[in-house]
Design a protein around this ligand. Structure first.
Ligand code: GLU
Length: 403
């Protein structure tokens, strides 16, 4: 994702929401950009922390370890986090971090050293009431625990709320591991009630954390998951897949394509299947102006970030396909991060049922706010989601007297 596309996007939203120049400028400009060069085993790695907006609360967003991380992308992702926390209606702002590194080329010890070096570079600008990082692409709960440990060493006090997505034994929250998928499922069920959709066939693209848990949760709730895929390809059985068996196949053989009781299909074919619900949970830009006209699903749940291009959006909208956009559909992750932070700050830990109940309340109320704005509006559900998020940020800026 490029920052230039954020600028284009903001211009479009600005027209719909009647934003003035000062408001647009504020949204386009991250509040702080922090950069460093980290050294591990004689090699140098560029590292970033971008703090986009904190009008609604401390900056919040993951740290990505990936060879393609660059400042432009981190800026764009920090902006999306401001929108996501506003959409989820949690009292946090938006930020993002990253290190340009291929973690697969490093030993575990080197990854730990790199993670600790990141904290040494940025500990003065993060903190439980300032900026709270979390996992993102290729960063794990274990890394979060190292980051907490290093931060506490440097500031000389206990501070579990400096980072979320930690393992349970290091101050993590129950349910955080399935939170992205579960949040998406809650929103989907609510949306189906609104549009009166009772057909429960599903295709899930991607079988990582989000896709696998979505397939599992949906099957448990009586949906008929007929197709799934991963990077090696997809499988289809119109009578339904046995998700338990499928998870076993994936962990034993590395791919869902080795599941025996199904026919093989491509990732592209999966998107065009005759199902009620489509759940893109892997890559960006998979539903495009070229294939959007062939999407037969009535609802698309974006568990991946940015799976639908803007050209595709218009086609889906005119074909009456309801797209539940990423900043709502996958906001369950950051919402349970917020719960983790609350539990850390109070030093009081909730049971799994409590976390699930509170997540459900949050997701449904976020969905309901947008639905009310969307019904009767000439714009699609995504546009309404973005306009509402941007307005919440600007209202908070105004209330503080910064605008
Ligand atoms: N990286 C995740 C996201 O993009 C989680 C962020 C968080 O939990 O703070 O939503």
């Amino acid at each position: 994702m490029e920052y230039a596309s954020i600028i284009n996007f903001l211009e479009k939203i600005g027209k719909i929401a009647n934003l003035d120049e000062a408001e647009l400028e504020l949204l386009k400009t991250p509040q702080h950009i922090h950069q460093a060069e980290l050294e591990v085993s004689g090699k140098k790695y560029p590292a970033f922390r971008v703090q986009h907006n904190n009008a609604r609360g401390p900056f919040k967003g993951g740290i990505r370890f990936h060879p393609e991380v660059n400042l432009d992308e981190v800026k764009a992702l920090a902006f999306w986090m401001s929108l996501k926390t506003a959409t989820a209606d949690i009292p946090l702002g938006g930020g993002k971090g990253g290190i340009t590194v291929n973690p697969k080329e490093l030993s575990k010890e080197e990854i730990e050293e790199l993670s600790r070096a990141y904290v040494k570079a940025f500990y003065k600008v993060i903190g439980p009431q300032v900026d709270i990082p979390a996992p993102d692409v290729y960063t794990t709960p274990e890394i979060m625990a190292w980051i907490r440990d290093e931060y506490e060493k440097l500031v000389g006090e206990k501070a579990p709320g400096v980072i979320t997505g930690k393992p349970i034994e290091a101050g993590g929250s129950l349910v955080r591991d399935i939170a992205t998928a579960l949040g998406g499922v809650y929103v989907l069920e609510e949306a189906m009630k609104k549009i009166g959709l009772s057909e429960k066939t599903v295709a899930v693209q991607g079988f990582g954390n989000a896709g696998m848990n979505a397939a599992k949760l949906l099957a448990e709730r009586g949906f008929n998951v007929v197709a799934v895929s991963d990077s090696k390809g997809g499988i289809l059985n119109n009578n339904g897949l046995n998700i338990g068996e499928l998870i076993k196949t994936k962990s034993e053989t590395g791919s869902v394509v080795n599941y025996s009781d199904a026919e093989k299909i491509s990732n592209a074919e999966l998107l065009e299947l005759d199902v009620a619900v489509l759940v893109p949970s892997a890559l960006a830009n998979v539903i495009t102006a070229e294939n959007a006209g062939n999407v037969k699903a009535k609802v698309v749940v974006e568990l991946a970030n940015g799976p639908t291009t803007s050209g595709a959006d218009e086609i889906l909208h005119s074909n009456n396909v309801l797209v539940l956009p990423d900043i709502l559909a996958n906001a369950g992750g950051v919402t349970v991060s917020y719960f983790e932070w609350l539990q850390n700050n109070e030093d009081y830990y909730w049971d799994a049922e409590t976390v699930k109940t509170k997540l459900k309340e949050k997701m449904i109320s976020a969905f309901e706010q947008i639905w009310q704005k969307y019904s009767g509006s000439e714009h699609d559900f995504r546009t309404n989601t973005y306009v509402l998020a941007v307005k919440k940020i600007l209202d908070a800026e105004r209330a503080r007297g910064r605008l």
